[in-house]
Design a protein around this ligand. Structure first.
Ligand code: HEC
Length: 246
């Protein structure tokens, strides 16, 4: 069968496509604004920066009171440099209760608990229990894996369907095969890379750049497909038959 193009479509079909493209285009712009307002300013500076993205997925793993204390006023009580590294590594890894009991408590017992326990009578953080140390060690490791799972399956289904809808319309565009195929696959590849990068960013903040790049490619891919489709829907005339055979 001869490949159909936009100029072959009856008016009602053109209106259907136009309506859909305008709605999802607006939806995409809304999503961008939402993304901007929900992540911007995390790092204390206005505007969306790479640090804001890192904060969202990797978390802000420095600057707990505990780390500040062992690098500052309480440093003198930790005679062993190894002990300090151990505590910092524990904080960065998320400060689990299991490791607190096996690794951290023995260190604190040796160096800190003579003052930092309820029996000392001092009004200072109690480091002898996990709930006590949590008040000075609650670190922010960003979005939880569980939440990421939830977000990513909603995204993959939702964005996948929108990409399919836009792609089904865009396939009627009159364009050279290679650029058309490239533009067709771009949003799908970008969604995939984006979601993968969310998880990688939890592990290493450098992948925040991939999140941003993939997001930009998705936007470009969709903008290309939508604008080309809208233009050809309403402005492209059927080329003369003679032009095609020639
Ligand atoms: C000789 C007693 C003593 C020892 C030993 C001691 N501390 Fe402290 N610590 C204090 C006192 C007093 C304060 C409260 C005054 C202050 O904040 O400077 C405090 C405050 C702190 C705070 C709270 C800081 C804040 O910003 O609220 C942390 C965290 C802390 N110590 C950790 C430790 C750790 C970890 C050790 C062991 C390496 C330790 N301390 C050993 C007396 C001690």
């Amino acid at each position: 069968m001869q490949q159909r193009h936009f100029y072959d479509c009856p008016l009602s079909e053109k209106l259907l496509y136009t309506g859909f493209l305008l709605i999802v285009g607006t939806g995409y712009l809304m999503a961008l604004v939402y993304l901007y307002t929900s992540h911007q300013g995390h790092d204390g500076k206005p505007g969306l920066s790479i640090v804001d993205i890192v904060d969202a997925y990797y978390g802000n793993r420095s600057g707990t009171k505990l780390e500040a204390a062992i690098r500052g006023p309480m440093a003198g009580y930790l005679r062993d440099q190894e002990d300090r590294n151990e505590i910092v590594a524990w904080l960065k890894a998320g400060g689990s209760e299991k490791e607190y009991t096996t690794k951290i408590h023995p260190i604190l017992e040796k160096s800190c608990l003579q003052c930092h326990s309820p029996d000392s009578g001092l009004k200072i953080p109690d480091l002898s229990s996990y709930s006590g140390i949590s008040t000075v060690a609650n670190i922010d490791t960003g979005v939880s894996l569980h939440t990421l799972m939830k977000l990513s399956h909603i995204h993959l289904f939702g964005i996948g369907l929108v990409a399919l809808g836009i792609g089904l319309i865009f396939r009627l565009a009159l364009m050279a095969d290679i650029p058309k195929a490239f533009l067709m696959i771009m949003p799908f590849a970008a969604i995939f890379a984006d979601i993968l990068a969310w998880f990688l960013t939890k592990w290493d903040p450098v992948y925040a750049y991939t999140v941003v790049t993939a997001g930009a490619l998705l936007g470009l891919g969709w903008a290309g497909q939508i604008l080309i489709s809208l233009y050809q829907l309403w402005f492209l005339q059927e080329p003369e038959k003679a032009d095609l055979s020639g």
